[in-house]
Design a protein around this ligand. Sequence first.
Ligand SMILES: C[S@@+](CC[C@H](N)C(=O)[O-])C[C@H]1O[C@@H](n2cnc3c(N)ncnc32)[C@H](O)[C@@H]1O
Length: 231
Amino acid sequence: MALLFGGAVGAAALRSPLGRKWSFPWAATENAVRDGLPLTALILARLGAAPGQRIADVGAGAGYFTFKLARVVGPHGHVLATDARADACVRLLYERARRDATNVSVRFTLQRRLMLPREQFDRVMMVDVFAFRQGLTRRNRALLRQAAAALRPGGLLLVAADTLHTTDHVPPYGGRISHDDARPEEIVALARAHFELASLDASPASPACQPERGRSPGYVLALRRRGARAA
Ligand SMILES: C[S@@+](CC[C@H](N)C(=O)[O-])C[C@H]1O[C@@H](n2cnc3c(N)ncnc32)[C@H](O)[C@@H]1O
């Protein structure tokens, strides 16, 4: 029954994964264009995932990183994919079932609350989640505090903000989630109480990855949670 249900949901999800607003690239769990981007290689290099790790993929969308990382962490590791959109969670559950990815779990969360268990993760990643808003210092600080609480000492928080688009790109949020995200320097400054800077890179440009008009180029920021153990 569960399989039948999963199949029905999945078929609908595949035909029109998350609606028109979810056009390229985040609607695709497998995406050859993204696979070839220097940005993707940079994100994975800075994340440094390894077998046995526990990773939280916050704002996982269709699970582009979730299922790649599930293969990396292997049977002794785990990836928790969260999203604040119910339709994304349905898609993630379908993709999980389709792949029989038993080391992946899915959680529906709120935008302002990461809702992650304490000190469980070696890595927390937020790729193009745009959760850190320019000027919203208290809110940004609270998100960083929550990410720190979820990480084991020495664990990494990776935040990447970018604009991937092609000529048929449609803004994915229909205006409901702003792309007006905070600058990485603001995030680093706010994170000081819990994190030290591990790395900060400007996104490598490529034809499919360029700043949107009027926006600064993207970045890949890695913050290491302060504490005894390096992970
Ligand atoms: C642009 S998509 C990126 C998806 C995925 N990280 C990727 O790189 O393919 C952003 C996703 O983050 C989700 N999201 C935005 N803010 C969130 C938050 N505070 N917590 C959890 N999910 C969030 C959105 O619903 C959406 O599915």
